[in-house]
Design a protein. Structure first.
Length: 209
């Protein structure tokens, strides 16, 4: 999710949060596990480009652990105690604040995204078809890659004209990863957590002036 973390930081800046505020997030201990995850993901991409797919066997555990690391930000910046509807105050309703928090919305996005991926796999014999394009130029995708990944219980395969529900499969190629609509929704969780962590720091900074 390297591209998602970078997008979240840029998005936070475009929403008016200055770099010194964003830097406060980046240098805090709660963000270190996320940085470590990004570095590890770079190693996975490097390995795959060079034909080593052994880590795919642990892909599900790696993704789950990566998501759990965001609990550090949720705890540190109390993201359950803030609503995404900044103009609506829920001081007298903790339930409404929690329901409309970035954490709740992020989890909902993950559920929907996972559900869409599940449907795509169900419709394609429990395989997730990939429609690679530009990632062939980087070496991330290779013609014979799935002859090797089958050894590691990987559920992906190249899509073709027989693929069902193509719009739900991995069709968004970004050079070193190919994502589905479901994957993008899952990544929305990361964007919400990072953005609202920065927003929390910014709001506290303004209140302390």
């Amino acid at each position: 999710m390297i591209e998602t973390v970078l997008f979240s930081i840029i998005f936070s800046r475009l929403k008016g949060n200055k770099w010194p505020i964003i830097y406060k997030l980046l240098k805090h201990w709660s963000f270190y596990p996320i940085i470590m995850t990004c570095i590890f993901n770079l190693y996975i991409i490097y390995s795959m480009v060079h034909g080593d797919y052994r880590l795919l066997e642990y892909a599900k555990y790696i993704k789950t652990t990566s998501i759990l690391f965001y609990l550090c930000l949720i705890y540190k910046y109390k993201l359950f105690n803030m609503s995404i509807f900044s103009k609506i105050k829920y001081e007298n309703s903790h339930i409404m604040t929690t329901v409309t928090s970035p954490v709740s919305l992020g989890v909902l996005c993950m559920w929907i995204g996972s559900g869409l991926n599940y449907i795509a796999m169900w419709a394609n014999n429990w395989k997730m078809p990939i429609f690679s394009d530009v990632s062939f130029s980087t070496g991330y995708s290779k013609i014979d890659m799935f002859n090797n990944t089958i050894l590691y219980n990987d559920s992906h395969t190249f899509g073709n004209y027989t693929t069902n529900l193509i719009f739900l499969t991995d069709i968004f190629d970004c050079f070193y990863s190919v994502m589905s609509i479901g994957d993008i929704l899952i990544r929305a969780f990361v964007v919400l957590i990072i953005y609202y962590s920065v927003k929390n720091i910014n709001d506290k900074n303004i209140n302390n002036i």
